[in-house]
Design a protein around this ligand. Sequence first.
Ligand SMILES: *Cc1c(COP(=O)(O)O)cnc(C)c1O
Length: 394
Amino acid sequence: MTLEEKDKQYVLQTYTRSYVNFVKGIGSTLYDENNKDYIDFASGIGVNSVGHGNDVLVKAISEQAGNILHISNLQVIEPQADLAEKIVELSGYDMGIFFANSGAEANEGAIKIARKYGETKFDNKRYKVITLEHSFHGRTITTVKATGQESFHTPNFSPYPDGFSYEKSILDVYKAIDNETVAVLIELVQGEGGVQPFDKVEIQKLAAHLQSEGILLIVDEVQTGVYRTGEFLASNLYEIEPDIITLAKGLGGGVPIGAVMTKHKEVLSAGDHGSTFGGNYLSSAAGNAVLDVLKPMYDDGSIDEILIYFSNKLKEIASKYDTLFEKEVGLGLMRGLRAKSAEIQVNVVNQCMDNGLIVLKAGRNTVRFLPSITINKKEIDEGFKRFEKAISTL
Ligand SMILES: *Cc1c(COP(=O)(O)O)cnc(C)c1O
């Protein structure tokens, strides 16, 4: 039985997946079973924030694995407390953190905090959460309903929880608020929806308005968090102070971990929420290592340098191949090329794979780039060389 046959027989076919079998990774280079190398501009959809085989991360999780992997959340977990302290200090916000295992689960936690806030802090019950069209918040029944894309709300999984509505633009959010609205949930840069950043001033105005109304601002930083936009959080870049922030993808460098952080530390009390695995010894050790690698790179300016380098390359490509691409979009190391059609988008992604370069799709017509934060100039140069070769056939 080939690997593809085995996958098709035993794994539920919920993904349209490629059957390149990767067996080795070093930095931002992956090798398949035939020893063909690929430059990784996707980092496992923004997860491998410190690349493949990073020494510090490998050492931290190996040492932790050789000691305690897991003890339940009924005991205090020292690396979890360390990680919470690091995240809070890097964010600059006075918040408390709950650890989960994924982005969707972090968003579930955020929605639970908002619901309880809405139940207990107002004269009447407030439970409605406004989200944006083209957003993506996860795949659980609730987070899929929070996702502002009609195609996700198929009757196959109904009934969905009540209380979610979707707005076309930030300006429409103001009009949608009523006396049952408890929160607005947004990505500052929509990732899956097409690498679309919101305008900073518009976001700042919305944040101020929500604060004056006592309505919670929840920022889904599952993709934008952990230096993806160049700052520790996109909320830092936008210079806002959300009520609730969620994290996941890049935080564990590939080890599953999610986090929901809030300044309303008193809302959840004992028994309100929990997770068996969330923030266990292994995932917390990974999170600590990732931040130990990235913080010094932020401090010495090397993250800034690399994201400018990457962005300049992308701008060159966008103008050189203006028959294929409309423009370059995104922020930091969360970037895209808006293709002139969905067909071009698919062809580019497939041709790149054939030419040893991994890139992603986003939205209807965007080719998405989410390289690891530790990618170096040599890997970037080689990646774009392959990109040009790949698209020269189109
Ligand atoms: C990926 C993503 C999620 C879902 O995260 P999972 O770990 O797949 O549950 C939620 N929100 C945003 C913005 C994401 O990019």
